[in-house]
Design a protein around this ligand. Structure first.
Ligand SMILES: Nc1nc2c(c(=O)[nH]1)N[C@H]1C(S)=C(S)[C@@H](COP(=O)(O)O)O[C@H]1N2
Ligand SMILES: [Mo]
Length: 366
């Protein structure tokens, strides 16, 4: 290429970069002064009508609005205090002859991929404001087109950049038929180095976990519970493209590079995927009342059954990583204990002829 042409090309490239940078700054200012760009943006609502229901910010502004003060604590302990203005979700549904009370789950999805499902006790009792103004001002870019504000609820429910609302019915748990111990299961699965903040830890793919241990169940929602009491539920597509970090800080931790940090869940206690409950012994031993066995801490089997909701059955099958198993009847397992010794989970039942199993992988109803 002749030098002149090259120079011209570089100049052109520079010029276009400068122009696009200028365009960006103009846009930002625009968003703060006039809200016209924002007004044409639409929110999609599924489950309200047969086909997707779309409502623009401009249309939302024509609905009766409320202004409410709200305060919430972020995961890092900081507090957010704001005044949100906008229509209530309930008002939009009522226009279509519906109510939040008609649904069992409401999921919000944002433009940055953030997604969260509101539990019924939240959406049946709280005001869900679809805010187009915060503190009397048009929304900043990081909140546009709409920010959800729910006074009285934690900030993880206050979705910025709202894009879609899925109204769902029938999103309840399935009865649990199998408990799989996460630590033992992970031993059989490929483990990857996962860089997270300043450390490199081991992680397994959620998909490997499900493919190997949860069969072919098709599920609508995956339920995650942390040992601090946090409950969440994820779409199967978000869940199955993520990881569980099994070592290092806050392990087991549900996370993925493509999921906003607010969706990561630390200290995972259990994950319900269809009829299977994945249980983290390391958290369980902290949360459940402890027993002692030969001077060691042990987890009470009857407590585990209670916590996981493992269905009542006449017989339970206990399986180990190497494929061996034992079966106990419901009246034999009452005093069963699960304990850890040198990185291995064991099952022991002194009441039933002192049955023992090393590397306990699962308990199934028969
Ligand atoms: N779109 C979107 N909304 C979001 C999040 C996010 O990552 N993306 N994080 C949530 C979480 S976990 C918290 S604590 C709050 C934080 O609010 P702030 O970003 O206004 O401080 O926003 C919530 N809404
Ligand atoms: Mo958060």
């Amino acid at each position: 290429m002749p030098k002149q042409v090259k120079k011209l090309l570089i100049l052109g490239l520079l010029l276009s970069i400068i122009l696009s940078l200028l365009a960006c700054t103009v846009k930002t200012e625009d968003a703060n002064n006039t809200a016209t760009i924002n007004d044409s943006q639409e929110i999609i609502i599924t489950g309200l009508q047969d086909s997707d229901y779309r409502i623009s910010v401009g249309e939302l502004k024509k609905l009766p609005a409320v202004t409410q003060k709200a305060q919430a604590t972020r995961a890092n302990g900081e507090s957010i205090k704001i005044k949100g203005t906008g229509p209530l979700l309930e008002n939009i549904l009522q226009q279509e002859g519906k109510s939040v009370k008609d649904y069992s789950s409401i999921r919000f999805t944002a433009l940055d991929g953030y997604s969260i499902s509101l539990p019924p006790d939240v959406f049946k009792n709280r005001s869900i404001i679809l805010a187009y103004q915060i503190n009397g001002k048009a929304l900043e870019l990081e909140n546009q087109p709409i920010r959800v504000v729910i006074p009285g609820e934690r900030a993880m429910y206050w979705v910025r950049m709202l894009h879609k609302i899925d109204l769902e019915t029938g999103a309840e748990h399935s009865p649990v038929k199998k408990v799989v111990f996460l630590e033992t299961a992970a031993k059989n699965l490929p483990q990857e180095d996962y860089e997270h903040f300043d450390s490199v830890d081991k992680a397994i793919k959620t998909k490997d976990l499900v493919d190997n241990y949860a069969g072919t169940d098709r599920v609508k929602n995956v339920f995650i519970k942390a040992s601090d009491g946090l409950h969440k539920n994820e779409t199967p597509s978000n869940f199955l493209t993520a990881y569980i970090k099994i070592s290092g800080k806050e392990a087991p931790k549900f996370l993925a590079p493509h999921l906003p940090q607010g969706m990561h869940v630390r200290d995972v206690l259990c994950i319900n995927y269809g009829k299977t409950c994945f249980w983290a012994y390391s958290q369980g031993i902290e949360v459940l009342p402890r027993q002692t066995l030969d001077g060691k801490s042990a987890m009470d089997l009857s407590e585990l059954i209670k916590q996981t909701g493992l269905s009542r059955a006449t017989k339970y099958q206990f399986s180990s990583l190497d494929g061996s198993s034992l079966e106990l009847s419901v009246n034999e397992i009452g005093k069963g204990l699960i304990y850890e010794s040198q990185g291995v989970l064991n099952f022991s039942c002194p009441e039933a002829a002192d049955e023992r199993l090393e590397n306990l992988l699962s308990i199934e109803c028969h």
